[in-house]
Write a protein that binds this ligand. Structure first.
Ligand code: SAH
Length: 381
């Protein structure tokens, strides 16, 4: 069977315009917010005040914005901070160190984010699209297809909201300040390119313009959209790139990551090495270990040859089997042998922890669907 080359389409460009949410201050940079506030008939400096509440203090309740005149608080907050994410459900596991949030967006779409606390850092995993169009067969999000791109503010607000949860001390044993953001939730970030880049700019801009995170603490994970990787390298941002490789050979990668039918392993790795050279950042190579599919010793050796001497780190992810999946995680001895062969080839390799498995919050398990709401499933771990 031959399949057509899969070219990611920006859903906005297809004529059928999805309903985007109301404008929010996180969609705009500080000058843009100032212009908006002026349009609303308020002095421009109010933009900075509201931004400081939202990004600096993680406050969104107008009643707490006591430096604003009481008469304009509601109106300003209503115009600049419309509700984008309505929490539907929050689940915790790992003794509260992992929390998954399910949000409903203004059009009823559902997306998820995950907050993970460690002794030295707090990470949020955020979504960039409702659903995903990349159709990777082992990923739960990929099964349902793409609903729409998230707006810049819908992306940013996931991080700001969960930064507030962390600041409230909810993640015991971790610092209260959000430090890391990974674009490893639902969606393909580079298929929603301009909004994702704008969201990154908000995340790294110092308060009150943004959340003030370090660029190096932001990771964008991609199936490998080559032109977008090259464009990202030219953005003057040095965020970490994670490449979801999952197979070192085109025959298997064509199946596991269908976009490989468009951009082959060699092309995507070339783009990754150019990204590393431009930014000085080590590229993270993501590889889900799937039993008897991509975990053979010869594939470890081939991967080792492709990566040896490159600015790369391999992150092996034990496969999280998704509902109805024909695939399983590799047995631990097979995983250990894979790691050993990569390290022997001189490639730095670690195995990712599987935080959030029992709340379906681990990699590839995010698949917020209405039907799942009414049919609680048993734990998969
Ligand atoms: N679309 C982006 C980001 C989302 S997924 C990307 O593909 O990179 C984040 C990571 O989880 C990716 O490496 C993805 O391949 C991996 N993943 C998806 N489903 C998984 C599963 N069932 N088990 C383990 N990892 C999975």
């Amino acid at each position: 069977m031959t399949s057509l080359p899969l070219i990611p389409v920006d859903p906005d460009a297809r004529g059928r315009r999805p309903a985007m949410p109301p404008r929010h201050l996180a969609d705009l940079d500080l000058p843009g917010r100032r212009a908006l506030v002026t349009e609303l008939g308020e002095p421009g400096f109010r933009a900075k005040q509201v931004s400081n509440h939202y990004f600096g203090r993680l406050v969104r309740d107008p009643a707490q914005m006591t430096d604003l005149p009481a008469a304009t608080r509601e109106r300003l907050a209503g115009s600049l901070l419309p509700t984008l994410l309505t929490p539907v459900r929050e689940l915790a596991c790992d003794d509260g160190a992992t929390r998954k949030a399910l949000w409903r967006l203004h059009d009823g779409s559902l997306v998820e984010s995950v907050l993970m606390g460690y002794p030295d850092r707090v990470t949020v995993c955020i979504s960039s699209q409702a659903g995903c169009g990349m159709a990777c067969p082992f990923c739960a999000t990929g099964q349902a297809g793409l609903t729409r791109n998230l707006s810049t503010a819908e992306i940013v607000d996931q991080a700001v909201y969960l930064a507030g949860v962390a600041a409230s001390g909810a993640v015991a044993g971790s610092p209260p300040r959000l430090s890391h953001v990974v674009f490893m939730g639902m969606g393909e970030p580079l298929a929603n390119y301009s909004r994702v880049v704008a969201a990154i700019r908000r995340l790294v801009a110092p308060a009150p313009e943004g959340l003030g995170l370090s660029q190096r603490h932001i990771t964008v994970s991609t199936v490998g959209l080559v032109p977008a990787i090259r464009r990202l390298a030219s953005e003057d941002l040095s965020v970490t790139l994670a490449l979801s490789l999952h197979a070192p050979d085109d025959e298997l990668r064509d199946e596991l990551v269908p976009v490989n039918q468009r951009w082959k392993v060699s092309e995507v790795l070339d783009a990754a090495w150019d990204y590393a050279a431009t930014t000085g950042r080590r590229v993270s190579i993501e590889y889900a270990m799937i039993k008897d599919v991509n975990d053979q010793p010869w594939r470890a050796d081939l991967l080792g040859r492709l990566l040896a001497g490159k600015l790369a780190h391999v992150n092996l992810i034990p496969l999280n089997p998704t509902p109805g999946s024909r695939w399983d995680a590799s047995p631990k001895p097979v995983e250990r042998e894979f790691v050993r062969r990569l390290r022997d080839a001189g490639v730095s390799t670690t195995v990712r922890d599987t935080r959030g498995r029992e709340i379906d919050g681990a990699c590839g398990q995010l698949a917020a669907a209405e039907d799942r709401d009414t049919e609680p499933r048993t734990a998969t771990a």
